[in-house]
Design a protein around this ligand. Sequence first.
Ligand code: MN
Length: 425
Amino acid sequence: MTDETHDPALVSWVSGAEPGSDFPVQNLPLGIFSETKGRRRPGVAIGDYILDLNGISDLLDEEWRRDLSQPVLNGWLARGPDAHRDLRARLSEILSDERYRDDVEPQLIGQSEVRMHVPCLVGDYSDFYVGIHHATNVGRLFRPDNPLLPNYKYVPIGYHGRASSIRASGEDVIRPSGQRLAPDAEAPEYGPSRRLDYELELGLWIGRGNKLGRPIPIDEADEHIAGWCLLNDWSARDLQAWEYQPLGPFLAKNFLTSVSPWIVTSEALAPFRVPMPPRPKGDPEPLDYLRRENDDAFAIQLEATLSTKGMREKGLPPHVLSRGTASAAMYWSAAQIVTHHASNGCNLQPGDLIGTGTLSTDSDSGLGSLLEISRGGKRPVELPSGETRSFLEDGDEVTLRAWCEAEGAVRIGFGECVGRVVPRR
Ligand code: MN
């Protein structure tokens, strides 16, 4: 549902927040920042700035102050959609009405001057596998004739990840070591991964939780999704291939998960909702608990770029590895993911993070991992520096970006999710 905060005619008095920016006044994502030696606190992105929410607390509802002065946003997310809509409306007014300018301007800090943090204390993190093209591409590498396993179209597949190694964009990716089995070897050896990869994903932040033993009906699922971010599920493919059977990914993925630091709220995404694409002919209908009339997806553009040390030394710009519309790639909707996760009575909690799984489009220009782009390492990517890559080498930097565009709406962006690979120290 859109309201006056989405009005394309609305303009902020903050410079840099003009249309075309990731953070116009129609976006207003929340994050946790700190200045050098300063404490962590919530802010909202506007143009190239962060508005310090503590600094304007007398302009905000008294009831909100406690949750909006914490070093994490769990308490705020738990408040649910009504409070989130009210804060958005208030921030929209403050940042667009010139009358607030003199009071509010001193509370703006340049984004380049602060450090951003993971916005919540993540109690639990799960990652799904809803990108059907990704699932098909990866499945084909292992099972050419039967890429999708028979459960895929009935049950949203996922695994429990690890919360302790979630970091905000900018954290170095220390090359993981582990057990890997060389192609012709009889026994595995332990050593640094030789097939380090990224995974281009979206993450959703749980707002209100559900009680243990009380599933979330699909019609209520949206009320539990507070917002979205970019997520890079760094993956060591050689470790993964050796360890994944029979219980799924473990040490191949839990050495680091990077997220973009801004929570792009569900409210901000309202103009970019599109109907879930119909299931291909012949596919089974979802079981009743996963079925909803008019379920929707989001028109979110996703991009991954790669910059190697060699490219940076030659002054070459990052190379685009993939770009495309993620919404068309999700076989299961966000509502279905959340409902399925809680369908056994599992309790989701405020600040839980849920990844969609790698999102690849159906085109070669929109593949969300090097595993797919290089066809399992058989077709290395050629880079403008003359280098090639099948997997990531030390010094390589991967940047994920996302943005939304729709007719009659101002473009909004997610910011970046960046990580540079470094050798084990
Ligand atoms: Mn993943």
